[in-house]
Design a protein around this ligand. Structure first.
Ligand SMILES: C[S@@+](CC[C@H](N)C(=O)[O-])C[C@H]1O[C@@H](n2cnc3c(N)ncnc32)[C@H](O)[C@@H]1O
Length: 268
C-alpha cells in the first residue's frame, strides 16, 4: 500500500509505545537516554522548544518534566492525540501547545501562529520524511533566534553494522536499502518515499546561517533499533556494546555514520 510518512505513522500510533517502549526494545531506552543527555547540554530548563515529529510525546513529556514549555508538532493526528492524552494524564498539558503539521509545511504557517521558541529539536527521524530540507531551513530561519540551537536525530546513509547484520541474515536488499536512489520507508507494510540525510546534506541545505557544533553517532556499535528485541535476550552484550559506542560515537569520521546521527546546529 502506498502512503506518505504521516499516514503510515498514523496507522502505527496506537501500537507505537508498545513496540518502542524501553521494555519492548531496550535499544530505544539506551538511545533515548543518550539523546536526552544531549538535549540537556544544549537547552536550559525553562526555555521554550519546538519539537518536530513529536509522535506519542515521549520526549515532550520528559522535557516538560525538566521545566521546558513546548510547541509539539506532528502531521499524524493519532500520534498527536496520543501525545496530548499522555501529557494530560501526567498533569503537564499546560506546558505544551500541539500543532498538526509536517515540519516542512510548518514553515509557511509559522508567522501566522505567532509563537516564540528558543530552540528546535526532532528525535528519531521525522525529518527523513521530508523529501527536501529547504522547507526545514526556512522554518528554522523563521523560528530560531540568533544563537538558538537545533538538534536533529536523523537516519544517515552510512550504517556499517546494519549492512553487516542484514548480509549475515541473507537479506542483501535490506542491507543496501539506504543506498537506493529513491529510498522507501516501510512501517508495517505501508511504504512511503523518504530520504537518508547526513551532516553534509544538512550543512548544504542549512547554509551559512547555521554552524554545526556537534555531531554524534547513535547506533554505531549498538545495532539498529529493529534488532532491539533480539538483543534484549543478551543484556550483558548490550551493555558492552553501549560502552564501546560511548567511546567511539563522537570520533571524527565515525560520528557521521550509524543507525541514527545526532546533529547540533547554532543559528548565527
Ligand atoms: C519514528 S517516529 C518518532 C516520534 C518521536 N519523535 C519519538 O521519538 O518517539 C516519526 C514521527 O515523525 C512524524 N512525521 C512523519 N512525517 C513527518 C514530517 N514531514 N514532519 C514532521 N514529522 C513527521 C510521524 O508522524 C511520527 O510521529
Amino acid at each position: 500500500m502506498r502512503s506518505d510518512g504521516a499516514q503510515a505513522f498514523d496507522a502505527l500510533a496506537p501500537r507505537y509505545d508498545g513496540l518502542f517502549s524501553p521494555e519492548a526494545n531496550p535499544l530505544v531506552g539506551l538511545m533515548r537516554a543518550r539523546v536526552h543527555d544531549i538535549l540537556a547540554r544544549h537547552f536550559r530548563p525553562g526555555t521554550t522548544l519546538l519539537e518536530l515529529g513529536c509522535g506519542t510525546g515521549e520526549d515532550t513529556l520528559a522535557l516538560a518534566r525538566r521545566g521546558h514549555a513546548l510547541v509539539a508538532v506532528d502531521p499524524a493526528p493519532t500520534m498527536l492525540a496520543r501525545a496530548q492524552a499522555k501529557l494530560a494524564a501526567a498533569g503537564r498539558a499546560d506546558a505544551v501547545r500541539f500543532v498538526n503539521a509536517a515540519a516542512g509545511a510548518l514553515a509557511e504557517r509559522w508567522p501566522a501562529l505567532d509563537l516564540r521558541v528558543d530552540g528546535v529539536f526532532s528525535n528519531f527521524a521525522p525529518l527523513n520524511c521530508e523529501l527536501s530540507l529547504d522547507p526545514v531551513r526556512r522554518l528554522l530561519e523563521r523560528a530560531l533566534p540568533p544563537g538558538g540551537r537545533f538538534v536533529a536525530v536523523v537516519l544517515p546513509r552510512l550504517c556499517p553494522l546494519e549492512v553487516a547484520l542484514f548480509l549475515v541474515r541473507g537479506q542483501p536488499r535490506a542491507a543496501l536499502r539506504r543506498f537506493r536512489r529513491r529510498p522507501q520507508g516501510d512501517v508495517d507494510g505501508m511504504r512511503f518515499p523518504m530520504r537518508y540525510y547526513g551532516p553534509r546534506d544538512f550543512d548544504g541545505a542549512l547554509g551559512a546561517g547555521f554552524r554545526r557544533i556537534e555531531t554524534r553517532s547513535l547506533g554505531l556499535a549498538l545495532p539498529p533499533l529493529s534488532f532491539g528485541p533480539v538483543l534484549a535476550r543478551a543484556p550483558r552484550l548490550m551493555a558492552a556494546l553501549a560502552a564501546v559506542e560511548d567511546r567511539l560515537a563522537g570520533l571524527p569520521g565515525l560520528s557521521r555514520m550509524g543507525d541514527h546521527v545526532v546533529l547540533v546546529y547554532q543559528r548565527r
